[in-house]
Design a protein around this ligand. Structure first.
Ligand code: PLP
Length: 399
């Protein structure tokens, strides 16, 4: 049967304490017990439905986690205070001293820096590979490898992971396939394609209003509960928990995610086709020229499109900067990092979100100076947007 992520979210029904149409917000960091023994049992993890302390979990966080698990089709999910909070708690739950990670070389700069500079302090080593080449991925696996790590659509190069192929490799070598699905919520459902753990930065499309940080880990009960263990759970002990007020706000914003994703995709597809036809070097998974267009098409939940992210190459950093400044002046969007906002956001990843990656390595992976990453907004009249963008490009000499 076809997987329907938005329908799964909508099938959940919650009421507030007084019949409210939204669940009540649990405005407490700690919870009382009528009997001391129940408190002991809760510490031992034996009491369902009892809350202990909000770093562990809260009713509001459970509601949001349930909606995200329904979206990804996993048994459960645990929310975190940021995407990095979800990523670091997952890697450190699965790996200890002496273990090894095989990771895509094009991933969000913060994740790259964590694997490259931080985890080696704990003797966790990472090999960075071209994730689109399954034979290269397999070659990098050693007897110490525990995780295959990548993004479904990578930041910033928009490389697309063959999740089915990677899942087969993970199974063969007894590894966990961890996928960051931040760039393609609803469009791609990694757990349905064989991923063991699916992560999102909720800061981006899922919340959609650029007003908070958030993250989530979706997976099996066994894995997610292990992260929440008071004895040795990376989520509980590292403490990147989400506040209940924020999780209730994100849950409300999730109600419109399916409508927003369709509009982001529609607008991005329109611009990508126009830019390419104008002769700009354009990368968008929905373009036939994208090297993994077929793979994305096979994996996707069609109605949500190819997502809201695209890149163009402006030729040089100077030109990229001039173009971005002019586009901001013309109110086409904001020169800002992050993604998934109603307004278009643009930045040059080489000097911003991927600046943690050394210049030499940026070159090797094809991250050029003039690359501009766009998170295309919810513009009502995208043709008008295109015309104004084109005139900016002509003014600065990118076209
Ligand atoms: N994953 C991806 C693909 C991202 O782009 C980002 C941030 O830009 C993160 C994870 C980190 O998320 P956060 O900023 O919410 O910690």
């Amino acid at each position: 049967m076809k997987f329907k992520p938005a329908d799964n979210i909508q099938d959940l029904q919650y009421f507030g304490e007084f019949g409210g149409v939204n669940p009540s917000i649990s405005d407490s960091s700690t919870y009382t017990f009528l009997e001391a023994k129940t408190m002991f049992d809760t510490f031992e993890g034996n009491t369902d439905g009892c809350y202990l302390y909000s770093r562990h979990t809260s009713p509001s966080n459970l509601y949001l986690g349930e909606a995200l698990a329904a979206m990804e089709g996993t048994e459960t999910a645990n929310v975190a205070g940021s995407g990095m909070g979800a990523i670091t708690a997952t890697i450190l739950q699965l790996c200890g001293a002496g273990d090894h990670v095989v990771s895509s070389r094009t991933i969000y700069g913060g994740t790259y820096a964590f694997l490259k500079n931080f985890t080696p302090r704990m003797n966790i080593k990472t090999s960075f590979v071209d994730i689109t080449k399954l034979e290269v991925v397999e070659k990098a696996i050693t007897e110490n490898t525990k995780i295959l790590y990548c993004e479904s659509v990578s930041n910033p190069l928009l490389e697309v992971a063959d999740i089915v192929g990677l899942a087969a490799l993970a199974k063969k070598h007894n590894l966990k396939l961890v996928i960051d699905n931040t760039f393609s919520p609803l469009s791609i459902s990694p757990a349905q394609l064989g991923a063991d753990v699916v992560i999102h930065s909720l800061t981006k499309f899922i919340n959609g209003t650029s007003d908070t940080m958030g993250g989530v880990v979706c997976g099996t009960n066994e894995f997610v509960n292990s992260q929440k263990s008071v004895i040795d759970g990376a989520s509980m002990l590292l403490g990147a928990s989400m506040d209940s007020l924020r999780s209730s706000a994100i849950l409300k914003n999730m109600r419109t995610l399916h409508i927003r994703m369709k509009q982001h995709s529609k607008n991005a597809a329109f611009l990508a086709e126009k830019f390419e036809a104008d002769g700009l070097k354009t990368v968008y998974p929905g373009l036939k020229s994208h090297p993994s267009h077929e793979i994305f098409s096979k994996m996707m939940n069609k109605e949500y499109g190819y997502g809201g992210m695209l890149t163009i190459d402006a030729g040089s950093l100077t030109k990229a900067n001039e173009l971005m400044e002019l586009m901001q002046e013309k109110n086409l969007g904001y020169l800002a990092v992050s993604l998934g906002f109603y307004k278009t956001l643009f930045s040059a990843p080489g000097t911003s979100t991927s600046s943690e990656i050394p210049e030499e390595e940026q070159k090797e992976m094809g991250l050029t100076d003039g690359l501009i990453r766009f998170s295309i907004g919810l513009d009502n009249d995208i043709e008008r947007t295109y015309e104004t963008m084109k005139s900016c490009m002509l003014t600065v000499g990118v076209l």
